[in-house]
Design a protein around this ligand. Structure first.
Ligand code: ZN
Length: 662
């Protein structure tokens, strides 16, 4: 609380701070999306999901039209004045993924479809600027998602404008924003008092508002962004108060002792607001915005992030890192990685990449069905995942529509550039072509399955001799890293986050990276959070609360079938998660024994390290190994993202290993 007192008045200070003339430079820039193509397992998954959901003609015949149609039907407030829904988010989310897919695949037909989609959407805009899925534009009471939906419309329009260069979009966005500000803004309804969860979903429109300002240069947009941030702190004894409390060290779920966190800490809306703070900092240079965002990221990592890289319990910040039984939303993973991406970009600190990679290979990759057509609503770390059920539109769900954006962003997190050269951050097979500032064209091809202990080979090809510094991330999970360039060993005496290869590159050069990747344990400490027995029972009920969505033909709707009970929750005890690099390992019923209550004689000390022998696995499982411990005990495991991917009892699984009594 002391830090909050010290920071009292911060908002007033911000208002008085002069706007920086120039945006602060990023430490690293992702290379443009169309310059890199993943070619390994992740690339295959991305291609499959993109085809199923975005790039194929059938996607535009069946999946897309519902999103645009919602703007003509305007049924989101059918229950007016009691409640409003969120069909309006899907146009924007879908277009954001489509724009990313177009840039990645350079697909001209897709560009044409996006242009038609924008035209179709704008034909639903009212002369007064209103463009929404609510019949009553001003209906934004405490049980609605009206402004939240408009956030995605504005965001989708602005990214489509960047892609298409269509100058009709900006005036439409201007009218859209003026209408919004006239209904929810200074002198009108207070935006932070609209919608659910204490204004977090509504005020997360901050990111596209800042994007609009960057596009328009109109001070009204910057004023509106500042207005949003200002409103967060209007009720200092209540939520959300993101900026002031965001600079303190109290975990988010304990900010307001009299207000249960489940009433307001809606995770991805919260993180989306934090991302907005980073974007606003970019245009104003106001340091407290960035420091609060960075600090909030740290609080979420320390208090909410699970070993598989998900955050929160059932989409709220409640201290989830101290819980063994995880139930987490895929949208939360997407936005958690968005934060890591932006923070790495601006700080260059490798720890953000570590977090990004952990979430990517586990909690993000688990999000789609093996055929790529659909996705999860919640992931668990044991028993069964929770598939999505459509949100009002037959082919849409928040997580299913968000997931492709998360994967395209992961492509962008693979290869970065700065004035000095390039950084390879993830060990993925890929092909990239980049133009250096001196005009030289550099091709980089990487190959090798490092999770199968193969060497990772980069082939660097230039069309003319050019000097730059090629840096390769030195991952925390490798026991040793050795590098040869053109067959000659490179000294690895200098430690640090990157292996730095500065030279004059000419013609074809092979760089071989050997990573020694032991099986690694992360121990869950049950004493980290002082939960009472009552709290643990409540968490177990929450963990079991969501069931599978199955279609009931008589009722003609998806019904929840609860296959997991609170009594299935694992006991709150010492446990181990095993990893190969960033990849969490899980037992799965298809590989044999999976009993989640089986205890392992790891005792109180460091668990003994097993060796991993590759083994065969059924289709739809990416990686499988047999772990063999020094005492002869064995376990058959697969990668976490493949475990449980039948979404039923055939693939009951567990990434949690309960320890024996110490
Ligand atoms: Zn979601």
């Amino acid at each position: 609380m002391q830090s909050i007192r010290q920071l009292a008045g911060l908002v007033a200070l911000l208002a008085a701070t002069a706007v920086a003339a120039a945006e602060p430079a990023a430490r690293w820039d992702p290379v443009p999306l169309g310059s890199v193509r993943w070619r390994g397992h992740l690339g295959e998954r991305l291609d499959l999901i993109s085809r199923a959901r975005i790039t194929s003609p059938v996607a535009w015949e069946r999946i897309y039209p519902e999103t645009e149609d919602a703007f003509r039907r305007r049924e989101d407030d059918r229950d007016h004045p009691r409640a409003g829904h969120w069909r309006g988010e899907f146009w924007g989310k879908y277009i954001l993924s489509a724009v990313a897919a177009q840039r990645y695949y350079r697909d001209e037909a897709l560009k044409e479809r996006i242009a038609r989609a924008v035209e179709g959407l704008l034909s639903a805009q009212e002369p007064n600027g209103y463009l929404g899925t609510y019949r009553h534009s001003a209906f934004a009471g405490p049980t609605t998602w009206n402004i939240w939906c408009r956030k995605y419309t504005l965001w989708g329009l602005l990214e489509a404008r960047d892609l298409l260069g269509d100058e009709r979009i900006l005036p439409a966005a201007r009218r859209f924003m003026d209408h919004l500000a006239a209904e929810f803004g200074p002198g009108a309804s207070n935006i932070v008092e609209t919608g659910l969860f204490c204004g977090l979903p509504s005020t997360s429109i901050l990111t596209p508002v800042v994007m609009l300002y960057r596009a328009s240069g109109n001070p009204r947009d910057l004023d509106y962004a500042r207005y949003i941030v200002d409103q967060w702190s209007k009720h200092p004894d209540g939520p959300p108060d993101l900026l002031r409390r965001g600079c303190g060290d109290t975990p988010i779920h304990r900010w307001f002792p009299d207000i249960p966190p489940t009433r307001w800490t809606k995770s991805y809306e919260f993180m989306s607001c934090v991302e907005g703070m980073i974007h606003l900092h970019r245009v104003t240079g106001e340091a407290p915005l960035f420091e609060a965002a960075r600090n909030l990221y740290g609080l979420i990592r320390d208090w909410e992030r699970s070993p598989v890289g998900s955050v929160s319990l059932n989409d709220k910040f409640v201290g989830a890192r101290g819980m063994l039984n995880t139930l987490a939303e895929i949208c939360d993973v997407v936005y958690w990685n968005r934060l890591a991406f932006e923070l790495f970009r601006h700080t260059g600190e490798p720890a953000y990449l570590d977090e990004f990679e952990r979430s990517l290979y586990n909690a993000l990759l688990v999000g789609a069905s093996p055929d790529g057509t659909w996705g999860l609503r919640r992931l668990r770390t044991t028993h069964e995942h929770v598939p999505a059920h459509p949100h009002f539109l037959p082919h849409h769900h928040c997580c299913v529509d968000n997931l492709p954006r998360g994967l395209f962003q992961a492509v962008q997190a693979t290869l970065w550039s700065d004035a000095d050269g390039l950084l390879l951050a993830l060990f993925e097979p890929l092909r990239a072509e980049i133009e250096r500032p001196d005009g030289a064209r550099v091709q980089i091809e990487t190959a090798g399955d490092v999770w199968a202990d193969e060497p990772f080979r980069l082939t660097v090809r230039t069309d003319r001799p050019t000097e730059f510094n090629l840096r390769i991330r030195r991952p925390y999970w490798a026991r040793t890293v050795s590098v040869t360039v053109g067959g000659e060993a490179v000294s690895s005496e200098t430690r640090g986050p990157w292996i730095s290869l500065r030279r004059r590159w000419s013609g074809d050069t092979s760089v071989d990276v050997m990573l020694d990747i032991p099986i690694r344990a992360e121990v869950f400490d049950p004493t980290g959070n002082s939960w009472t027995a009552e709290q643990l029972a409540e968490q177990a009920r929450e963990w079991a609360s969501l069931g599978l969505a199955r279609w009931d033909p008589e009722a003609r709707k998806a019904v929840q079938v609860k296959s997991v009970q609170a009594t299935d929750a694992l006991p709150h005890t010492r446990a181990v998660f095993w990893f190969k690099g960033p990849v969490a390992l899980a037992r799965d019923a298809r590989l044999g024994e999976w009993d989640p209550h089986r205890r392992w004689a790891f005792g109180a000390g460091e668990p003994p390290t097993p060796r991993a022998e590759p083994r065969s696995a059924p289709a739809d499982i990416w990686k499988a190994w047999r772990l063999v411990w020094p005492d002869g005990a064995t376990a058959d495991v697969c990668d976490f993202a493949s475990a449980g991917n039948t979404w039923d009892a055939r693939s009951f699984f567990s990434a949690v290993w309960l320890c024996g009594e110490p």
